[in-house]
Design a protein around this ligand. Structure first.
Ligand code: IVH
Length: 711
């Protein structure tokens, strides 16, 4: 599959595109710092080629089309034979068409193909004289390259001495394995350098760097073996007439690393089908390889077929690259989230500006641990190279440091566990909540005890940690079984605090069902959803009896959410039963359970996913949608926003957080701003906190107050 070429509409856009492409290619070959990812560069060059095909008279001499390396580089060491590039195909159809044109050129069908990985690095020529590695040359413009002999000794798989004293040129790809890349960036940033964006840029930059105080290893994969003018004539003859597969075996025997020693060794195929099957096999294991490949190279294996096919100025006609989809794109790192796993591991995750890689939209990428962030010198707002292959979770390779604007911000690391608030164990690279597996328990208990749930005063995170550490509480129901003696046995627990806590726990038993539900922390149900469920079903028994269809009758619960809520409640059944046994209230004051007829509304009355209109509630706010804004005063002063919303719903209304034409009343306290202005603009009725307090007087009260009973 290939992404569309860039669309170039006129001569000015064409000139700009040529300039951008040349600049990108030059930057890339100079030090691995292209501002375009491979896919973007490829699209640009294909757009340029498409424009040139229609306007051949406008082709600029600097155009990158038809040139090796986009015409970006020149060197001063002439190649013994041109170092060519490869033409590309992107699909089985294009590949089949290529084999047909190959057959025409050769004069018969080709029945021996050599199939191997297209390694994602840089081409180099390694000259051996009497078995000794004497010179390393980059591809350059294909006719002459740059001498990079200083890199001899830093490239694994490219021995300084061959097993035989032969004079030959070995050609192949220099790359960094994923591990070498990680190491290179670690060393580089430690020395105050900027990280490389990906392994290929890292290999390009490292290969050309002459004076470095540190060396970072790279890896060589041989894919070609040629005679030099000084080569023994018998060997020259052998090299010129051997099948490619035989040359690869020979080069391996000399001691050079080839793909034979990887999970995807070169193979020989006799038919198009066999080639395509091998392409599929290589593509399937790509994500798990320890190095990057960007396609599969298919060559006519026999020397006679190669000679009959010949070469163009840019690429041989006897070989083709079957490109695999790009697995890397550049996008922006917007945020870093810290998630705590089941065992308490605190793992950072990057939130990205959405980017499409190989057909999927990527919005998150793993960052392994905090040290990883430091090693890569990542910052918020950075343009980052994101890698995604197969079903593997996308990862951030590195920032594209030369695209920095100076506005990037450091990434803040958490001081305490982001889930439960406990200390963090930083003794290993992977940070862990000091609570380990108990972190989830501490977090869920702290949440349940919170002001908007069971509102247990005196049960903050520290106290919860103490209870969990002492083994006194293993689930929410355990809180209600705590004894005076147990509490007194804890550090910093005197008689007064013990009695206060026990009283707060006793009071929590009387909380309405909505808060008990909320305390259970069912995924996808926060405070207002819990209130809607509780008001709809009125009792925990009715909630638990509801199937997905009945659950969908609750406003805001659609076809997707309903089954997961039902399933989670079923999972929580033992805990709910323990809570009920501990005397926790399981009813919603003022609500009436739905009649069986409501629960089984026939199809057509409500379309799936859309909640039917709630039954009109009794109370002064019946049928009203109320928005609260600004600070409350008077009788309502102490109420949290959640408590205000509870009050509105107890009084028969519906609470909302935004003002629209559907809003019936806006309660505007001190400091109310835009919501008040919007209400005025839309002509929505406004009330002061006092006016509102008077309206709902009979419904305002503590947890034990019954609706209708004035305070
Ligand atoms: S054969 C004359 N084999 O891909 C034949 N090239 O996009 C050209 N490459 O310039 C080389 N893996 O740098 C060949 N197994 C492989 C390769 C390979 C990677 C590179 C090479 C070439 C480029 C073309």
């Amino acid at each position: 599959m290939t992404t569309p070429a860039a669309v170039i509409v006129d001569a000015a856009a064409y000139a700009q595109a040529v300039e951008d492409a040349v600049e990108a290619a030059a930057a890339y070959y100079a030090g691995g710092t292209s501002p375009l990812d491979d896919d973007a560069y490829d699209r640009l060059v294909r757009g340029i080629a498409a424009y040139e095909a229609v306007h051949p008279e406008q082709v600029l001499s600097g155009s990158p089309t038809g040139k090796v390396a986009g015409g970006a580089v020149e060197g001063d060491v002439p190649h013994s034979a041109a170092m060519l590039s490869l033409d590309n195909v992107f699909s089985a159809e294009e590949f089949t068409a290529w084999t047909e044109s190959l057959a025409r050129r050769v004069g018969h069908e080709v029945t021996r193909f050599h199939v191997g990985p297209k390694l994602d690095g840089l081409a180099i020529a390694a000259r051996y004289t009497a078995g000794r590695l004497t010179r390393l040359i980059t591809r350059g413009d294909g006719t002459a390259g740059e001498d990079v002999s200083h890199a001899i000794g830093t490239i694994e798989g490219l021995p300084e001495q061959l097993a035989e004293p032969v004079t030959v040129e070995v050609r192949g790809e220099v790359l960094m394995t994923n591990a070498q890349f990680e190491y290179a960036n670690e060393v580089r940033t430690q020395h105050g350098g900027q990280p490389f964006a990906n392994p290929r840029n890292a290999a390009a930059g490292t290969l050309r760097a002459k004076e470095r105080v540190y060396t970072v290893p790279m890896t060589f994969f041989g894919y070609g073996l040629l005679p030099l003018p000084a080569t023994d004539p018998t060997l020259t003859e052998r090299l010129n007439t051997s099948a490619h597969g035989d040359l690869m075996r020979l080069v391996a025997e000399f001691g050079v690393h080839t793909s034979a020693r990887t999970d995807i060794p070169d193979t020989v195929a006799e038919t198009v089908e066999q080639v395509l099957a091998r392409v599929a096999e290589i593509a399937a294991v790509r994500a798990g390889l320890p190095f990057g490949i960007d396609g599969i190279v298919i060559k006519a294996d026999l020397a006679a077929d190669q000679q009959a096919a010949g070469s163009g100025s840019r690429a041989p006609r006897w070989a083709i690259a079957y490109k695999l989809p790009a697995v890397e794109k550049i996008t922006r790192l917007l945020e870093v989230e810290w998630n705590v796993g089941r065992t308490g591991i605190i793992a950072p995750r990057g939130v990205l500006e959405p980017v499409v890689i190989d057909g999927s939209t990527i919005t998150y990428a793993t960052l392994h641990n905090p040290a990883d962030i430091t090693r890569r010198d990542l910052r918020l707002g950075d343009q980052v190279m994101v890698h995604r292959a197969g079903d593997v979770i996308p990862r951030i390779q590195a920032p594209v440091a030369h695209l920095r604007t100076g506005d990037e911000q450091p990434i803040a690391f958490p001081e305490t566990c982001p889930r439960c608030g406990s200390a963090i164990d930083r003794s290993e690279e992977r940070w862990r909540c000091a609570q380990g597996r108990n972190c989830h328990l501490v977090a869920s208990l702290s949440y349940a005890a919170g002001r908007d749930q069971l509102d247990i005063e005196g049960l903050g995170a520290t106290r919860v940690v103490q209870l969990v550490d002492a083994g006194l509480v293993t689930d929410l129901a355990g809180l209600f079984a705590l004894t005076r003696e147990q509490l007194l046995g804890l550090d910093r627990m005197g008689e007064t605090s013990t009695d206060n806590l026990l009283a707060a726990i006793a009071k929590a038993r009387q909380q309405p069902l909505s808060r008990v539900l909320c305390a259970l922390g069912v995924r996808g149900t926060g405070r207002s959803m819990s209130r809607r469920i509780a008001r709809h079903f009125a009792t925990m028994d009715a909630v638990r009896a509801a199937d997905a269809e009945a659950m969908q009758q609750v406003e805001g619960i659609g076809v997707e959410k309903a089954p997961s809520i039902v399933a989670e409640l079923a999972e929580l059944a033992p805990l709910i039963e323990r809570l009920a046994a501990a005397g926790v209230n399981m009813t919603e004051p003022g609500a009436t359970p739905p009649s069986p007829a409501d629960a089984a509304a026939p199809d057509g009355e409500a379309s799936p996913g859309e909640a039917p209109a709630a039954a009109p509630e009794a109370g002064p706010l019946a049928g009203m949608t109320v928005v609260v804004t600004g600070a409350m005063t008077g009788a309502l002063e102490k109420l949290s926003r959640n408590e205000m919303n509870e009050l509105i719903e107890r009084a028969g209304g519906r609470s909302s957080s935004s003002v629209s034409k559907k809003t019936t009343l806006v309660v505007a306290g001190e400091g109310a701003g835009s919501k008040r202005a919007k209400a005025e603009q839309l002509g929505v009725r406004l009330a002061t906190p006092d006016e509102f307090g008077a309206l709902v007087a009979g419904f305002h009260g503590g947890v034990t107050d019954r609706p209708g009973e004035p305070v």
